[in-house]
Design a protein. Structure first.
Ligand SMILES: Cc1cc2nc3c(=O)[nH]c(=O)nc-3n(C[C@H](O)[C@H](O)[C@H](O)COP(=O)(O)OP(=O)(O)OC[C@H]3O[C@@H](n4cnc5c(N)ncnc54)[C@H](O)[C@@H]3O)c2cc1C
Length: 393
Protein backbone atom coordinates (compact mmCIF):
# COMPACT_ATOMS: atom_id res chain seq x y z
CA UNK A 1 0.00 0.00 0.00
CA UNK A 2 1.25 3.48 -0.86
CA UNK A 3 1.39 6.37 1.56
CA UNK A 4 -1.98 7.87 2.47
CA UNK A 5 -2.57 11.49 1.60
CA UNK A 6 -5.22 11.52 4.28
CA UNK A 7 -6.54 9.11 6.90
CA UNK A 8 -9.94 8.79 8.54
CA UNK A 9 -11.85 6.51 10.81
CA UNK A 10 -14.47 6.09 8.08
CA UNK A 11 -14.21 6.91 4.34
CA UNK A 12 -17.52 7.14 2.47
CA UNK A 13 -17.57 6.89 -1.33
CA UNK A 14 -20.57 8.82 -2.70
CA UNK A 15 -22.26 11.94 -1.33
CA UNK A 16 -25.80 11.04 -2.35
CA UNK A 17 -28.56 10.44 0.18
CA UNK A 18 -27.04 7.20 1.45
CA UNK A 19 -23.51 8.50 1.90
CA UNK A 20 -24.83 11.70 3.45
CA UNK A 21 -27.11 9.79 5.85
CA UNK A 22 -24.27 7.51 6.97
CA UNK A 23 -22.03 10.55 7.53
CA UNK A 24 -24.68 12.38 9.54
CA UNK A 25 -25.57 9.46 11.79
CA UNK A 26 -21.89 8.55 12.33
CA UNK A 27 -21.22 12.13 13.43
CA UNK A 28 -24.30 12.05 15.65
CA UNK A 29 -22.79 8.99 17.37
CA UNK A 30 -19.57 10.93 17.95
CA UNK A 31 -17.61 9.31 15.07
CA UNK A 32 -16.49 12.54 13.43
CA UNK A 33 -13.23 11.64 11.73
CA UNK A 34 -15.21 10.81 8.61
CA UNK A 35 -14.39 11.81 5.05
CA UNK A 36 -17.03 11.71 2.30
CA UNK A 37 -15.82 11.85 -1.30
CA UNK A 38 -17.85 12.40 -4.45
CA UNK A 39 -16.59 12.48 -8.00
CA UNK A 40 -19.08 15.28 -8.66
CA UNK A 41 -21.13 16.99 -5.97
CA UNK A 42 -23.79 16.03 -3.39
CA UNK A 43 -26.91 14.75 -5.11
CA UNK A 44 -25.26 14.48 -8.54
CA UNK A 45 -26.64 10.94 -8.90
CA UNK A 46 -30.18 9.68 -8.33
CA UNK A 47 -30.72 11.64 -5.14
CA UNK A 48 -31.64 14.98 -6.72
CA UNK A 49 -33.63 13.40 -9.56
CA UNK A 50 -36.22 11.33 -7.76
CA UNK A 51 -39.93 11.72 -7.37
CA UNK A 52 -39.73 11.99 -3.58
CA UNK A 53 -42.60 9.64 -2.69
CA UNK A 54 -42.58 8.56 0.95
CA UNK A 55 -44.68 5.56 1.98
CA UNK A 56 -44.41 2.86 4.60
CA UNK A 57 -46.49 0.51 2.42
CA UNK A 58 -44.33 -2.46 1.46
CA UNK A 59 -45.10 -6.14 1.05
CA UNK A 60 -42.19 -7.18 3.27
CA UNK A 61 -41.47 -6.28 6.86
CA UNK A 62 -37.72 -5.51 6.71
CA UNK A 63 -38.23 -2.69 4.17
CA UNK A 64 -41.39 -1.48 5.90
CA UNK A 65 -39.47 -1.11 9.18
CA UNK A 66 -36.82 1.00 7.43
CA UNK A 67 -39.51 3.15 5.77
CA UNK A 68 -41.38 3.65 9.05
CA UNK A 69 -38.24 4.67 10.95
CA UNK A 70 -37.28 6.99 8.12
CA UNK A 71 -40.75 8.55 8.05
CA UNK A 72 -40.25 9.52 11.66
CA UNK A 73 -37.02 11.33 10.69
CA UNK A 74 -38.69 13.07 7.71
CA UNK A 75 -41.60 14.14 9.91
CA UNK A 76 -39.32 15.57 12.62
CA UNK A 77 -36.46 16.62 10.34
CA UNK A 78 -35.77 19.98 11.98
CA UNK A 79 -35.27 18.42 15.42
CA UNK A 80 -33.62 15.17 14.23
CA UNK A 81 -31.28 16.55 11.56
CA UNK A 82 -31.66 20.32 11.31
CA UNK A 83 -32.90 22.44 8.43
CA UNK A 84 -35.53 21.00 6.11
CA UNK A 85 -36.06 18.11 3.71
CA UNK A 86 -39.21 19.73 2.32
CA UNK A 87 -41.50 17.10 3.88
CA UNK A 88 -45.23 17.46 3.12
CA UNK A 89 -47.82 15.18 4.73
CA UNK A 90 -50.00 14.91 1.64
CA UNK A 91 -51.34 11.45 2.49
CA UNK A 92 -50.43 8.45 0.34
CA UNK A 93 -52.57 5.98 -1.60
CA UNK A 94 -51.52 2.67 -3.10
CA UNK A 95 -54.31 2.23 -5.65
CA UNK A 96 -55.09 -1.29 -6.79
CA UNK A 97 -57.81 -3.52 -8.25
CA UNK A 98 -60.61 -4.39 -5.85
CA UNK A 99 -59.93 -8.10 -6.44
CA UNK A 100 -56.50 -7.73 -4.79
CA UNK A 101 -58.01 -6.98 -1.39
CA UNK A 102 -56.77 -10.26 0.14
CA UNK A 103 -53.10 -9.64 -0.72
CA UNK A 104 -53.26 -6.00 0.33
CA UNK A 105 -54.96 -6.88 3.64
CA UNK A 106 -52.07 -9.24 4.47
CA UNK A 107 -49.59 -6.41 3.88
CA UNK A 108 -51.65 -3.92 5.87
CA UNK A 109 -51.94 -6.37 8.80
CA UNK A 110 -48.13 -6.62 8.83
CA UNK A 111 -47.76 -2.82 8.58
CA UNK A 112 -50.15 -2.17 11.46
CA UNK A 113 -48.27 -4.66 13.64
CA UNK A 114 -45.06 -2.66 13.25
CA UNK A 115 -46.88 0.60 14.02
CA UNK A 116 -47.75 2.01 10.60
CA UNK A 117 -50.96 4.02 10.36
CA UNK A 118 -52.19 2.23 7.21
CA UNK A 119 -55.63 0.94 6.32
CA UNK A 120 -57.61 -0.19 3.31
CA UNK A 121 -60.28 2.11 1.94
CA UNK A 122 -62.83 1.19 -0.72
CA UNK A 123 -63.78 2.96 -3.94
CA UNK A 124 -66.52 5.04 -2.30
CA UNK A 125 -64.15 6.46 0.31
CA UNK A 126 -61.47 7.09 -2.33
CA UNK A 127 -64.01 9.07 -4.37
CA UNK A 128 -65.14 10.98 -1.30
CA UNK A 129 -61.60 11.93 -0.25
CA UNK A 130 -60.25 12.50 -3.76
CA UNK A 131 -63.13 13.37 -6.11
CA UNK A 132 -60.72 13.85 -9.03
CA UNK A 133 -59.82 10.12 -9.00
CA UNK A 134 -61.64 7.44 -11.00
CA UNK A 135 -62.23 4.80 -8.34
CA UNK A 136 -64.44 2.10 -9.91
CA UNK A 137 -63.36 -1.45 -9.02
CA UNK A 138 -60.58 0.09 -6.99
CA UNK A 139 -59.37 -0.15 -3.41
CA UNK A 140 -56.45 1.64 -1.82
CA UNK A 141 -54.02 1.30 1.01
CA UNK A 142 -54.35 4.70 2.66
CA UNK A 143 -51.47 6.14 4.68
CA UNK A 144 -52.49 9.55 6.05
CA UNK A 145 -49.07 10.23 7.65
CA UNK A 146 -47.06 9.75 4.47
CA UNK A 147 -46.36 12.15 1.64
CA UNK A 148 -43.37 13.66 -0.08
CA UNK A 149 -40.01 15.35 0.43
CA UNK A 150 -37.20 16.59 -1.80
CA UNK A 151 -34.13 14.38 -2.19
CA UNK A 152 -31.81 17.27 -3.03
CA UNK A 153 -32.86 19.18 0.09
CA UNK A 154 -32.55 16.14 2.35
CA UNK A 155 -29.16 15.31 0.84
CA UNK A 156 -27.75 18.77 1.46
CA UNK A 157 -29.27 19.06 4.90
CA UNK A 158 -27.69 15.76 6.03
CA UNK A 159 -24.29 16.85 4.77
CA UNK A 160 -24.43 20.38 6.13
CA UNK A 161 -25.30 19.04 9.56
CA UNK A 162 -22.70 16.26 9.34
CA UNK A 163 -20.05 18.83 8.43
CA UNK A 164 -21.11 21.05 11.32
CA UNK A 165 -20.14 18.06 13.52
CA UNK A 166 -16.70 17.66 11.90
CA UNK A 167 -17.27 15.43 8.84
CA UNK A 168 -15.10 16.37 5.81
CA UNK A 169 -16.61 16.48 2.31
CA UNK A 170 -14.37 16.31 -0.77
CA UNK A 171 -16.25 17.12 -3.99
CA UNK A 172 -14.80 16.52 -7.49
CA UNK A 173 -12.83 13.65 -5.98
CA UNK A 174 -13.45 10.36 -7.80
CA UNK A 175 -12.66 7.01 -6.21
CA UNK A 176 -10.56 5.26 -8.86
CA UNK A 177 -10.73 2.00 -6.91
CA UNK A 178 -10.85 0.53 -3.41
CA UNK A 179 -7.90 -1.00 -1.55
CA UNK A 180 -8.12 -4.32 0.29
CA UNK A 181 -5.50 -6.10 2.40
CA UNK A 182 -5.82 -9.32 4.38
CA UNK A 183 -9.51 -9.71 3.58
CA UNK A 184 -10.33 -6.22 4.81
CA UNK A 185 -11.15 -2.99 2.96
CA UNK A 186 -8.57 -0.45 4.04
CA UNK A 187 -8.64 2.47 1.64
CA UNK A 188 -9.74 4.34 -1.45
CA UNK A 189 -7.59 5.41 -4.39
CA UNK A 190 -8.16 8.95 -5.64
CA UNK A 191 -6.23 11.12 -8.13
CA UNK A 192 -4.81 13.03 -5.15
CA UNK A 193 -3.53 9.83 -3.50
CA UNK A 194 -4.83 7.15 -1.18
CA UNK A 195 -7.30 7.65 1.64
CA UNK A 196 -6.75 5.09 4.40
CA UNK A 197 -9.57 4.34 6.82
CA UNK A 198 -10.66 1.78 9.40
CA UNK A 199 -13.99 1.36 7.60
CA UNK A 200 -14.98 2.00 3.99
CA UNK A 201 -18.62 2.72 3.05
CA UNK A 202 -19.58 2.11 -0.58
CA UNK A 203 -22.50 4.44 -1.37
CA UNK A 204 -21.89 5.17 -5.04
CA UNK A 205 -25.44 4.47 -6.26
CA UNK A 206 -25.59 3.12 -9.80
CA UNK A 207 -21.76 3.16 -9.88
CA UNK A 208 -21.22 0.67 -7.00
CA UNK A 209 -20.46 -2.48 -9.00
CA UNK A 210 -17.20 -1.41 -10.71
CA UNK A 211 -15.81 -0.04 -7.45
CA UNK A 212 -16.55 -3.32 -5.65
CA UNK A 213 -15.01 -5.21 -8.56
CA UNK A 214 -11.76 -3.26 -8.05
CA UNK A 215 -11.18 -5.47 -4.96
CA UNK A 216 -12.60 -8.63 -6.51
CA UNK A 217 -16.16 -8.37 -5.19
CA UNK A 218 -19.07 -8.96 -7.57
CA UNK A 219 -22.10 -6.90 -6.58
CA UNK A 220 -25.22 -7.60 -8.69
CA UNK A 221 -26.13 -3.92 -9.03
CA UNK A 222 -27.17 -2.71 -12.47
CA UNK A 223 -27.73 0.89 -13.51
CA UNK A 224 -31.22 1.47 -14.91
CA UNK A 225 -32.62 4.52 -16.63
CA UNK A 226 -35.66 6.22 -15.07
CA UNK A 227 -37.80 9.12 -16.26
CA UNK A 228 -40.28 11.53 -14.71
CA UNK A 229 -41.89 14.81 -15.60
CA UNK A 230 -43.57 17.87 -14.14
CA UNK A 231 -47.02 19.13 -15.11
CA UNK A 232 -49.27 22.07 -14.22
CA UNK A 233 -52.53 20.87 -12.66
CA UNK A 234 -55.96 22.27 -13.55
CA UNK A 235 -57.42 24.32 -10.70
CA UNK A 236 -60.22 21.82 -10.05
CA UNK A 237 -57.74 19.14 -8.87
CA UNK A 238 -57.76 20.23 -5.24
CA UNK A 239 -55.63 18.88 -2.35
CA UNK A 240 -54.44 15.84 -4.27
CA UNK A 241 -52.75 13.03 -2.37
CA UNK A 242 -49.60 11.29 -3.50
CA UNK A 243 -50.25 7.94 -5.12
CA UNK A 244 -48.72 4.89 -6.71
CA UNK A 245 -51.07 2.96 -8.96
CA UNK A 246 -50.58 -0.79 -9.08
CA UNK A 247 -53.36 -1.21 -11.64
CA UNK A 248 -52.39 1.39 -14.22
CA UNK A 249 -48.65 1.37 -13.42
CA UNK A 250 -48.33 5.07 -12.87
CA UNK A 251 -47.55 7.52 -10.06
CA UNK A 252 -48.37 11.05 -8.97
CA UNK A 253 -46.69 13.46 -6.56
CA UNK A 254 -48.32 16.84 -5.88
CA UNK A 255 -46.09 19.84 -5.22
CA UNK A 256 -46.77 23.14 -3.55
CA UNK A 257 -48.13 25.75 -5.93
CA UNK A 258 -50.22 23.75 -8.40
CA UNK A 259 -47.69 21.50 -10.10
CA UNK A 260 -47.13 17.74 -9.83
CA UNK A 261 -44.60 15.10 -10.82
CA UNK A 262 -45.89 12.10 -12.77
CA UNK A 263 -44.46 8.96 -14.36
CA UNK A 264 -43.16 9.51 -17.87
CA UNK A 265 -42.49 5.97 -18.90
CA UNK A 266 -41.04 6.09 -22.37
CA UNK A 267 -39.98 2.92 -24.16
CA UNK A 268 -36.53 2.99 -22.56
CA UNK A 269 -37.83 3.30 -18.99
CA UNK A 270 -36.07 0.74 -16.77
CA UNK A 271 -33.48 -0.24 -19.37
CA UNK A 272 -30.03 -1.19 -18.18
CA UNK A 273 -27.56 1.49 -19.21
CA UNK A 274 -23.99 2.61 -18.67
CA UNK A 275 -24.65 5.29 -16.00
CA UNK A 276 -21.97 7.51 -17.53
CA UNK A 277 -23.91 7.58 -20.80
CA UNK A 278 -27.15 8.91 -19.28
CA UNK A 279 -28.62 11.64 -21.44
CA UNK A 280 -31.49 14.03 -20.80
CA UNK A 281 -33.26 12.68 -23.85
CA UNK A 282 -36.74 11.68 -22.72
CA UNK A 283 -38.76 10.68 -25.77
CA UNK A 284 -41.10 13.67 -26.43
CA UNK A 285 -43.99 11.25 -26.99
CA UNK A 286 -43.46 9.98 -23.42
CA UNK A 287 -45.02 13.14 -22.01
CA UNK A 288 -48.22 12.55 -23.97
CA UNK A 289 -48.09 8.85 -23.09
CA UNK A 290 -47.48 9.59 -19.39
CA UNK A 291 -50.49 11.90 -19.33
CA UNK A 292 -52.61 9.39 -21.28
CA UNK A 293 -51.76 6.70 -18.71
CA UNK A 294 -52.61 8.86 -15.74
CA UNK A 295 -55.88 9.97 -17.38
CA UNK A 296 -57.19 6.48 -16.61
CA UNK A 297 -56.96 7.49 -12.95
CA UNK A 298 -57.34 11.29 -13.11
CA UNK A 299 -59.74 12.13 -15.97
CA UNK A 300 -58.86 15.86 -15.56
CA UNK A 301 -55.32 14.94 -16.66
CA UNK A 302 -56.41 15.71 -20.23
CA UNK A 303 -56.01 19.32 -19.09
CA UNK A 304 -52.54 18.81 -17.53
CA UNK A 305 -49.88 20.95 -19.17
CA UNK A 306 -46.45 19.32 -19.41
CA UNK A 307 -43.54 21.53 -18.32
CA UNK A 308 -40.36 19.48 -18.31
CA UNK A 309 -39.03 15.94 -18.04
CA UNK A 310 -35.78 14.47 -16.83
CA UNK A 311 -33.94 11.19 -16.49
CA UNK A 312 -31.99 9.61 -13.67
CA UNK A 313 -30.21 6.35 -12.98
CA UNK A 314 -30.43 4.20 -9.89
CA UNK A 315 -28.77 0.91 -8.94
CA UNK A 316 -31.03 -2.15 -9.23
CA UNK A 317 -30.58 -5.59 -7.66
CA UNK A 318 -32.10 -8.86 -8.97
CA UNK A 319 -34.61 -9.05 -6.08
CA UNK A 320 -35.29 -5.29 -5.92
CA UNK A 321 -34.00 -4.96 -2.35
CA UNK A 322 -31.03 -2.98 -1.13
CA UNK A 323 -27.68 -4.51 -0.20
CA UNK A 324 -26.82 -3.07 3.20
CA UNK A 325 -24.40 -3.68 6.03
CA UNK A 326 -20.96 -5.21 6.28
CA UNK A 327 -19.93 -7.33 3.31
CA UNK A 328 -20.22 -11.00 4.27
CA UNK A 329 -16.57 -11.73 3.47
CA UNK A 330 -14.69 -8.44 3.22
CA UNK A 331 -14.55 -7.04 6.74
CA UNK A 332 -14.67 -3.27 7.12
CA UNK A 333 -16.49 -2.81 3.80
CA UNK A 334 -20.00 -1.48 4.40
CA UNK A 335 -22.52 -1.47 1.55
CA UNK A 336 -25.31 0.99 0.82
CA UNK A 337 -26.22 -0.22 -2.66
CA UNK A 338 -29.33 -0.95 -4.72
CA UNK A 339 -31.79 1.94 -4.32
CA UNK A 340 -34.17 0.23 -6.79
CA UNK A 341 -36.09 3.49 -7.40
CA UNK A 342 -37.24 3.43 -3.76
CA UNK A 343 -34.06 4.26 -1.86
CA UNK A 344 -34.98 7.80 -0.78
CA UNK A 345 -37.75 6.80 1.61
CA UNK A 346 -35.48 4.42 3.55
CA UNK A 347 -32.21 6.37 3.39
CA UNK A 348 -32.36 7.89 6.92
CA UNK A 349 -32.85 4.45 8.52
CA UNK A 350 -30.23 2.85 6.27
CA UNK A 351 -27.81 5.61 7.32
CA UNK A 352 -28.67 5.03 10.99
CA UNK A 353 -28.18 1.29 10.61
CA UNK A 354 -24.84 1.69 8.83
CA UNK A 355 -23.57 4.06 11.53
CA UNK A 356 -24.78 1.68 14.23
CA UNK A 357 -23.05 -1.30 12.59
CA UNK A 358 -19.75 0.56 12.26
CA UNK A 359 -19.95 1.82 15.86
CA UNK A 360 -21.20 -1.34 17.58
CA UNK A 361 -20.55 -4.24 15.21
CA UNK A 362 -24.22 -4.92 14.47
CA UNK A 363 -27.53 -3.41 13.40
CA UNK A 364 -30.89 -5.02 13.94
CA UNK A 365 -32.65 -3.09 11.17
CA UNK A 366 -30.21 -3.58 8.29
CA UNK A 367 -28.51 -6.75 9.56
CA UNK A 368 -31.20 -8.96 8.07
CA UNK A 369 -30.73 -11.78 5.55
CA UNK A 370 -32.96 -9.85 3.11
CA UNK A 371 -30.30 -7.10 2.84
CA UNK A 372 -27.14 -9.16 3.17
CA UNK A 373 -24.59 -9.44 0.35
CA UNK A 374 -24.46 -13.16 1.24
CA UNK A 375 -27.81 -13.73 -0.47
CA UNK A 376 -26.04 -13.38 -3.81
CA UNK A 377 -23.18 -15.71 -2.91
CA UNK A 378 -22.51 -18.52 -5.40
CA UNK A 379 -25.65 -20.35 -6.40
CA UNK A 380 -27.94 -18.13 -4.35
CA UNK A 381 -28.73 -15.49 -6.94
CA UNK A 382 -32.38 -14.49 -6.95
CA UNK A 383 -33.98 -14.31 -10.37
CA UNK A 384 -35.55 -10.94 -11.17
CA UNK A 385 -37.73 -12.66 -13.77
CA UNK A 386 -39.70 -14.42 -11.05
CA UNK A 387 -40.56 -11.25 -9.17
CA UNK A 388 -44.26 -10.37 -8.95
CA UNK A 389 -45.92 -7.15 -7.83
CA UNK A 390 -45.99 -8.14 -4.16
CA UNK A 391 -42.23 -8.68 -4.11
CA UNK A 392 -41.63 -5.37 -5.89
CA UNK A 393 -43.45 -3.16 -3.42
C1 LIG B 1 -36.32 9.21 -11.59
C2 LIG B 1 -36.20 8.65 -10.20
C3 LIG B 1 -37.31 8.59 -9.37
C4 LIG B 1 -37.20 8.11 -8.06
N1 LIG B 1 -38.28 8.17 -7.23
C5 LIG B 1 -38.17 7.78 -5.93
C6 LIG B 1 -39.25 7.91 -5.03
O1 LIG B 1 -40.32 8.43 -5.37
N2 LIG B 1 -39.10 7.47 -3.75
C7 LIG B 1 -37.94 6.88 -3.32
O2 LIG B 1 -37.87 6.46 -2.17
N3 LIG B 1 -36.88 6.76 -4.16
C8 LIG B 1 -36.97 7.19 -5.44
N4 LIG B 1 -35.90 7.09 -6.29
C9 LIG B 1 -34.69 6.39 -5.82
C10 LIG B 1 -33.75 7.24 -5.00
O3 LIG B 1 -33.63 8.52 -5.56
C11 LIG B 1 -32.38 6.53 -4.95
O4 LIG B 1 -32.57 5.18 -4.55
C12 LIG B 1 -31.44 7.19 -3.96
O5 LIG B 1 -31.35 8.57 -4.22
C13 LIG B 1 -30.06 6.55 -4.09
O6 LIG B 1 -29.16 7.27 -3.28
P1 LIG B 1 -27.63 6.89 -3.27
O7 LIG B 1 -26.97 7.81 -2.32
O8 LIG B 1 -27.47 5.43 -3.03
O9 LIG B 1 -27.13 7.10 -4.79
P2 LIG B 1 -26.87 8.44 -5.63
O10 LIG B 1 -27.77 9.54 -5.26
O11 LIG B 1 -26.84 8.01 -7.05
O12 LIG B 1 -25.42 8.88 -5.15
C14 LIG B 1 -24.25 8.22 -5.54
C15 LIG B 1 -23.13 9.25 -5.55
O13 LIG B 1 -21.91 8.56 -5.79
C16 LIG B 1 -21.10 9.39 -6.61
N5 LIG B 1 -20.11 8.53 -7.26
C17 LIG B 1 -20.32 7.62 -8.24
N6 LIG B 1 -19.17 7.04 -8.59
C18 LIG B 1 -18.20 7.58 -7.80
C19 LIG B 1 -16.80 7.40 -7.68
N7 LIG B 1 -16.13 6.52 -8.46
N8 LIG B 1 -16.12 8.15 -6.78
C20 LIG B 1 -16.77 9.06 -5.99
N9 LIG B 1 -18.10 9.27 -6.07
C21 LIG B 1 -18.80 8.54 -6.95
C22 LIG B 1 -22.07 10.05 -7.57
O14 LIG B 1 -21.54 11.25 -8.10
C23 LIG B 1 -23.29 10.29 -6.67
O15 LIG B 1 -23.27 11.60 -6.10
C24 LIG B 1 -35.96 7.60 -7.59
C25 LIG B 1 -34.84 7.64 -8.43
C26 LIG B 1 -34.95 8.19 -9.70
C27 LIG B 1 -33.71 8.27 -10.57
Amino acid sequence: MNRAYTTAQVAIVGAGLNGAAAAFFLAERGIRNVVVIDRDYPGAGASSRGMGLLRTFHANEPEAVLALKSLDVFTHWKERVGGSAGFRRTGFLWLDSADRRGALQTHVDMLRQIGSNSRIIDGAEIAERQPHLAAENTIAVYEPDCGTAYGAKANESLLVNAMARGVRLLTRTPALGLIAAGGRAVGVITPQGEIHADAIVLAAGAWCAPLARSIGIELPVQARRLTIGRVILPADVKHPMTFLDGRFDTSFRPEDGGTALISMRDDRYGQTIDPDQRKEDVDPAAVARGIAKIRQRIPAAERFVGINTWTGVDGFTPDFKGIYGQHHECRNLYLMAGGNEKGFKVSPAVGMGTAEWIATGQSRDIGKPEFSSARFADGAEVSGAAIGVDELI
